[in-house]
Design a protein around this ligand. Structure first.
Ligand code: ADP
Ligand code: ZN
Ligand code: ZN
Length: 736
């Protein structure tokens, strides 16, 4: 009988070997409680069972088995290993993000592990509990038609699932004491017999659908390139229905939670309670319940989630959809595992022998090249549903406008005219500015002093209420009245962020109702939903926001979208800047004109002739992708190479630089000209730690796994040096 087991713990450390007690029957993938360190007991995963006695003197015994079923299947374990190897982290670091907190409890002793199995799946049902006088009834019918509608629905059907009800109407009826919520346990899927109310596909959607299905018989991965509003989501729904009907599980990934609420409502209208939303803002209990229930499911599950949903136990996975596949939020940058969720999704599908569908109006250059070289198949959907026109793009030169006196605060005249037009017609406007706060920095007009963070090498951002805040470490201080350097002049806000735009719009259009969507207002999922839903109901006219307003939303009354400053998109210091600028602006443009009225896009820029803006004006994705791919090939950037960013951090700048130079030298010994740096990044100090970077560029064709292996060895060797032991060294694979 095997006597030892290698256990993965949710720590940076590698696996540890424990002894298996007599009579303890272990299986790979199972969760166990083990003592590690002096006092702590952790949940660990049995990774390997064997008979090789480890060299350590004292070997601890596995204390306890958890759960009645392994937490991980062989395929999940393979995915973890693939991620740990490719993205250069430990299995323990993968475990940290992969398993919900309550599934992997830790504590001071074994009693902490007397935990539940998270068995029940409870659903909320709405029933009537009060009556309304006839007079009140007719009042409600006139004044609150949605509440009235819900009430009459309940009267005819007895009860409704909460998800079927209009949230606002439900809340109002509850407040009036007319309805109540009851919780009931439901085992497994509630509506396997249900006939889905799928939309009928248009002719060209049907054609695209047929092509996808056909291509799936020949390749694993299809890229669906469909212009915004072409109905990609509707095509997904048909594919989902087909997969569920066959008893398969579906994983439907979206880049951000901000997008899930609107989409969830839409997907629920077709698939009802069967849809399982999964993202980081769910409660710990909910996440544990979902994990545990899926682990026992027989199939036919539909998960709609952000990248961490990849790690859920979908044992019968047959279809993976990655919506907005180009979106940079699929990449986790901090902390490890620094993985690319889209690529991991394709790998996951591969491990299951499942199909993967990547959808976007503006696919990543990586996927475009893979489709062009036959690795993926591409299906194109070129028209908007219902014959709606793509919005017209107007590029407006800020410098010329200023010269002609046609610029008021941060707006060109044409932008203001167009906004006014929309307000008069009762239509809605979205305004995008990719910086939050009032002003990205404040500066003295006389001596040039700027407010900087004492802990980071960045300027402080001015927020309303006159506070200066560091966007890197959170440090904040009040705005000084006089310049602290020359003590004479006043300090002036420079540049502009979303708050400033919100304020200026309120001054320029006092009658408009303005909302703002950015990290400062989106403090929780519900805060986000409130802002989005109010806009959806037409309670606000103009929504100002950062990147998040550019994505996914489907608002039918938006007819104008404005980009306030395209220049900081175009000039970002990143080889992907052009691609990203194109994607962001096209994506954002796609938010407009989705209803009956045509939409317009106004882009303010100091470089109206920038090739990317020309391609945006023409809506020419292929021209953009072609040009970018050629450039990447010429300069050997991804997908023609792979990049590993090596970041080193330490308090002592001198020692750090010495170590970085030494590391770069050693790397050059093995990788020659593939090593770039060390370089000092634009923000070279954060939270008191200095930062240097080295880049490793491995061309396609060379062995990437061998390169990672050599890199690991060289770094481990360097960090052996006693002076360098405490330098934090991070490898970031596929970094940009
Ligand atoms: P995309 O995801 O490509 O941006 P959507 O799926 O959001 O496009 O579709 C755009 C709009 O058109 C949505 O409001 C959607 O409900 C509507 N629509 C698309 N296809 C159909 C269809 N076949 N039947 C009814 N409505 C559709
Ligand atoms: Zn000064
Ligand atoms: Zn700071």
């Amino acid at each position: 009988m095997p006597r030892y087991a290698d256990i993965v713990l949710p720590l940076y450390q590698p696996t540890y070997t424990f002894e298996v007690a007599d009579g303890c029957d272990l299986t790979v993938g199972e969760a166990v409680a083990v003592q590690f360190g002096q006092k702590a007991v952790y949940t660990g995963i049995v990774w390997r069972i064997h008979n090789e006695r480890p060299t350590a003197k004292q070997i601890k015994t596995i204390s306890q088995k958890l759960y009645d079923k392994p937490l991980l299947s062989a395929r999940q374990m393979e995915l973890w290993e693939w991620i740990a190897d490719l993205y250069m982290c430990t299995l323990g670091e993968v475990m940290r993000v992969a398993l919900p907190a309550l599934i992997k409890p830790r504590g001071a002793d074994e009693e902490s592990f007397e935990h539940e199995q998270f068995r029940p799946r409870t659903l909320h049902f709405v029933t009537l509990c009060g009556e309304l006088a006839a007079e009140e009834r007719s009042k409600m019918e006139r004044r609150a038609p949605r509440q009235y509608e819900l009430l009459t629905q309940l009267e005819s059907r007895g009860e409704l699932r909460r998800a079927e009800c209009d949230a606002a109407a439900l809340a109002a009826l509850r407040k009036k004491g007319l309805v109540e919520l009851v919780e009931r346990e439901v085992e497994g899927c509630v509506e396997s017999e249900c006939q889905y109310a799928l939309p009928t596909l248009s002719e060209c959607q049907q054609k695209a659908y047929d092509q996808i299905v056909h291509n799936f018989t020949q390749v694993q991965t299809v890229l669906l390139r469909g212009v915004t509003g072409s109905g990609k989501t509707e095509i997904y729904m048909h594919l989902i229905a087909r997969t569920l009907a066959a008893g398969g599980d579906v994983l439907y990934l979206v880049p951000e939670i901000a997008m899930t609420s609107q989409l969830l409502a839409r997907v629920r209208r077709v698939f009802g309670e069967r849809v399982i939303p999964y993202h980081s803002k769910l409660t710990n209990v909910r996440r544990a319940e979902i994990y545990s229930r899926l682990n026992r499911s027989e199939g036919g599950e539909l998960v709609l989630g952000t990248r961490s949903a990849l790690f859920l136990p979908l044992h019968n996975l047959q279809l993976v959809i990655v919506d907005e596949e180009h979106d940079s939020s699929y990449k986790q940058t901090e902390p490890a595992p620094r993985y690319q969720g889209r690529d991991a999704a394709v790998m996951l599908a591969h491990l299951h022998g499942a199909k993967s569908l990547l959808g976007s109006a503006t696919p990543s250059i990586e996927s475009y090249v893979r489709a062009a070289t036959g690795k993926y198949r591409e299906v194109v959907l070129a028209e908007r549903y219902g014959g709606a026109q793509l919005p017209e793009v107007i590029v407006s030169d800020t410098i010329r406008a200023a010269k002609r006196g046609e610029r008021k605060s941060h707006f060109n005249k044409i932008m203001l005219d167009k906004i006014e037009e929309r307000l008069e017609r009762g239509e809605q406007v979205l305004l995008f500015q990719n910086r939050r706060g009032m002003s990205p920095y404040v500066s003295c007009g006389d001596c040039g002093w700027t407010a900087r963070c004492p802990h980071c090498n960045v300027s402080l951002t001015l927020h309303s209420g006159s506070r200066l805040t560091c966007h890197y470490c959170g440090y904040s201080e009040p705005l000084p009245r006089r310049c602290p350097a020359c003590t004479t002049a006043e300090v002036k806000p420079m540049g502009f962020g979303t708050e400033k735009i919100e304020q200026e719009i309120a001054t320029l259009f006092p009658e408009a109702r303005v909302a703002r969507l950015d990290r400062d207002t989106v403090t929780s999922e519900s805060a986000c939903n409130r802002i989005v839903e109010a806009f959806e109901r037409g309670e606000t006219d103009i929504m100002v926001g950062t990147q998040i307003i550019t994505k996914g939303f489907d608002f039918s009354r938006v007819t104008l979208v404005g980009v306030l400053n395209a220049d900081n998109l175009l000039n970002a210091p990143d080889f992907r800047a052009s691609e990203r600028a194109f994607q962001t602006i096209m994506q954002f443009a796609g938010r407009g004109g989705r209803g009956a009225e045509a939409g317009e896009v106004v882009i303010q820029t100091a470089e109206p002739d920038h090739p990317i803006l020309r391609q945006v004006m023409m809506g020419d994705y292929v021209a953009m992708a072609h040009a970018q791919a050629a450039e990447r090939r010429a300069f050997l950037y991804p997908p023609y190479s792979r990049l590993i960013g090596i970041t080193m951090r330490y308090r002592d700048a001198k020692l750090l630089h010495r170590a970085a130079i030494e590391l770069a030298e050693r790397l050059r010994g093995r990788f020659a000209r593939r090593v770039l740096g060390p370089t000092i990044p634009p923000v070279d100090r954060v939270r008191g730690e200095h930062i240097v970077e080295i880049m490793l560029k491995i061309e396609s064709g060379a062995s990437f796994s061998r390169a990672r292996q050599i890199l690991r060895e060289i770094i481990a060797d360097l960090l052996q040096h006693r002076d360098y032991r405490h330098i934090v060294t991070i490898c970031h694979v596929d970094a940009s």
